[in-house]
Design a protein. Sequence first.
Length: 178
Amino acid sequence: MYSIWGKKSKEAEAEKKKPRTSAAQIRVQKDLAELDIPDTIKLDFPDASNILNFNVTIHPDEGFFMGGFYKFTFSINNNYPHEPPKVRCIQKIYHPNIDLEGNICLNILREDWKPVLSLQAVLVGLQYLFLEPNADDPLNKDAAEVLRHNRKSFQDNVKTTMAGGTINGFQYDNVLLA
């Protein structure tokens, strides 16, 4: 009888050492399983055991930003889905809704987040920013002003910066390489 109790306590100890799956991890697994994203969005998990932190690359196939590869980090805390994921652009890009520090102005990543939203909604929202940049809610006010008043000049600025050029004294990252 003693050996049975000893075996059970060893099993209980082994169970305690296993990392527990959080509610956030379960929800992220569900969100990832249900993703229906276009070929222009790629996900990358540097640490396959950590699904709460991953990278996303968006490669728009139309619009001002066509041809670029835009890289983002996603960091999801244990309060997900009650809090939105933290998303940052890791490149310096010329975009009215993304500042030079990589902060993103997307309403569902801030005040309009609701737990019923999923990673699918965030990815679609990010892609939409590249298809239809919003000059009315900017983080990069200079880019928004140019977009509002001179679309041709905005397009020229985007092309220059995509290749790693400089605008208004700021050097941008070359996003033409995958």
